[in-house]
Design a protein around this ligand. Sequence first.
Ligand SMILES: Cc1cc2nc3c(=O)[nH]c(=O)nc-3n(C[C@H](O)[C@H](O)[C@H](O)COP(=O)(O)OP(=O)(O)OC[C@H]3O[C@@H](n4cnc5c(N)ncnc54)[C@H](O)[C@@H]3O)c2cc1C
Length: 387
Amino acid sequence: MNFEYDTDTAQMRDMVVNFARRDLSGPCEWDAADFRRRWQLAGKQGLAGATIPGEYGGSGLGAVAAAAMMEALGEGCADTGFAFSLAAHLFAAVMPIADFGTEEQRHRWLPGLCSGDLVAAHAITEPEAGSDALSLQTRAVRHGNGYVLDGEKCFVTNAPAADIFVVQACTDPDAGYFGLTTFVVEAGTAGLSVGPPYPKVGLRGSPTADVHFDGCVVTEEQVLGRPGAGASVFSSSMAWERTCLFAVYLGAMRRVIDGTVAYVNEREQFGAAVGSFQAVSHRIVDMTLRLESARLMLFRAAWGLDRGDRDEVAPALAKLAVSEAAVQTGLDAVQLHGGLGVVDGPAETLLRDALPSRIFSGTNEIQRNNIARALGLGARRRPVRRA
Ligand SMILES: Cc1cc2nc3c(=O)[nH]c(=O)nc-3n(C[C@H](O)[C@H](O)[C@H](O)COP(=O)(O)OP(=O)(O)OC[C@H]3O[C@@H](n4cnc5c(N)ncnc54)[C@H](O)[C@@H]3O)c2cc1C
């Protein structure tokens, strides 16, 4: 085992921290023009297409290097919502086009998605199909040499800004896992409309909205992978998301822990820095323990992705560990800042930004279900013994 980055990854990491600190840390609220401005800058630095092969305009990074990049982005960019948007674009929408697209589809969409000119969104969740993602109501019905899409999507990250939507729809309601098909739909297509951005507790720099399909006609050339392969496109993108996207939170935790250490060393009560009290210093040690443990799990999952593992457990464990650590780190940071912890600042912002991380990419309960199934728990009913 080697716990060191190679020289290129270490240099890239430092470059991204400095770049994100200087150029990406905008207001933690969504503003369409500023979002687009920062997106283009991030694209020029290779962040929007980090894992996409160079021939399509990307940087060709593997999962470990991409996780290092996302960790650096989360550390440097105080607007975790913006970093989340960028990572969701890359891992949930752009990677599926690279992994499952035809050569024509790749050449058509990937260069703009990598350069920062285009923003992508991934739409699977529906009002009646959240955790139960295979029960989608959005239908794609055969029509001539294409399909007609009808249905409602909700909680779609980047929807208000998106130029490209990667959409999951049901093409065969009786086919279960093989009943979903993935489509790439461009913004402005007749029959596609986007609702207003949601007001959210956290990740406010990331715009989220509903997407409606009303008689939206798409061609066969817009099917990603083959018809019926939607669930496997989705699982593949979730393995990347549960690993590399969550690295953003590792960086955010690091930034807030460093800031908290500086604060408790400076703040004095009872004639001493509060950091000298054991209750305070031990809390910071526990924050560090949680971050470092989660970090090891995440990089272990990224290493597996680079080896081509199809293991569902390592990304699920990484997602669980990082999201739970992020929420607890936010709570601890608020506590250690005393009254100032509940006033607008990095501690309360991390807590608000961390809360959604236990929900998106499959809730933590669903991750536990999936891990339990992989451990052989709850998968089968005991066979009925007959005399
Ligand atoms: C900030 C944010 C960004 C998002 N971005 C996107 C996006 O870009 N694209 C997209 O398509 N979706 C996105 N989502 C949606 C997200 O994937 C769903 O919210 C999530 O899958 C849960 O679905 P739900 O909200 O319908 O909750 P539900 O499925 O209704 O779950 C409600 C509660 O019941 C629990 N539960 C449900 N079933 C079980 C079970 N079998 N066992 C145990 N517990 C269970 C859940 O864990 C949860 O606690 C985003 C969500 C958030 C918060």
